[in-house]
Design a protein around this ligand. Structure first.
Ligand SMILES: Nc1ncnc2c1ncn2[C@@H]1O[C@H](COP(=O)(O)OP(=O)(O)OP(=O)(O)O)[C@@H](O)[C@H]1O
Ligand SMILES: [Mg+2]
Length: 251
């Protein structure tokens, strides 16, 4: 115990008994889990299970009805979004939210400038981030002309350009072509080696099953199970709540 913990053993995120009620609906109900630095943790579950609401709670966009959230050494349960962002937590939105009248580079620069006040350093960080997600060749393109796949990449680049230690990804694979899915999988898999821990909501099972080291399963706001992808995908409760319906829909 004590000061010299290895980085990998560091607790990145700690969610304890978190609930969020919207009128009569418990969108998230008594959810507890934690994530260590360097992990890639996936969240799966049916539509309306509470996945994006959980992200909104962690990113401090909304407050829990009850429960506590800690990020690194800080209690962020009642923090403001800009405060958790400054502490090193970034998120993407299920529906990308770029500045549509700006270019790709300008969008990424705006994120980088939140980390580095000097334009020179921010510009370098923006360039590296665009290269990492594979949109550097589109730097001067207007965002209005981007395809869904490129908008998703830009969304990831904007989040990464704040140099987060924890990145929340909300359905970054939706609408991507198969080659784009493979590129995004490789980018996500490389994040821990760049010092970024990942919590990732996804419906594209092939991607999350292959890249996430651990899965959390949400159903009707509750965490019904968690474990290694291979174990979770055999869990009868998960098949009944989600995977059965998903695989059945495909055949
Ligand atoms: N601001 C809100 N006000 C009222 N109800 C909300 C609000 N946000 C979410 N909900 C409800 O909470 C439930 C969980 O929604 P959420 O968006 O978290 O689901 P999800 O798991 O992200 O689903 P999907 O896979 O479709 O993105 C849904 O029933 C939704 O209608
Ligand atoms: Mg959602």
């Amino acid at each position: 115990m004590g000061g010299a913990d290895k980085k990998e053993d560091q607790l990145m995120l700690w969610v304890e008994g978190v609930s969020r009620q919207f009128n009569a609906l418990w969108a998230v109900r008594d959810v507890s889990f934690s994530i260590e630095a360097g992990e890639i943790v996936g969240i799966i579950g049916p539509n309306g299970a509470g996945k994006s609401t959980l992200f909104n709670l962690i990113a401090a966009a909304i407050r829990p009805t009850s429960g506590d959230i800690r990020f690194l050494d800080h209690t962020i349960t009642r923090a403001k979004p800009y405060q958790v962002s400054r502490l090193g937590l970034a998120r993407t939105f299920q529906i990308p939210k770029p500045f549509r009248q700006l270019s790709v580079r300008e969008n990424v620069m705006l994120s980088a400038l939140r980390r580095h006040r000097t334009p020179h350093r921010a510009n370098r960080l923006a360039g590296e981030t665009m290269e990492f997600v594979g949109i550097d060749h589109l730097a001067d393109t207007s965002v209005a002309s981007l395809t869904v796949g490129l908008l998703k990449k830009l969304e990831v680049a904007r989040a990464l350009a704040t140099e987060p230690s924890l990145l929340l990804l909300d359905e970054v694979m939706a609408g991507l072509t198969p080659p784009e899915v493979r590129e995004m999988m490789a980018a996500i898999a490389a994040l821990p080696s760049r010092g970024v821990t990942v919590l990732w909501v996804e419906h594209v099972m092939m991607a999350i099953m292959n890249v996430a080291q651990r899965l959390l399963v949400l159903h009707r706001g509750q965490l019904i199970t968690q474990g290694k992808p291979a174990e979770v995908s055999k869990d009868p409760a998960v098949i009944a709540a989600y995977l059965g319906e998903k695989y059945a829909a495909r055949s």
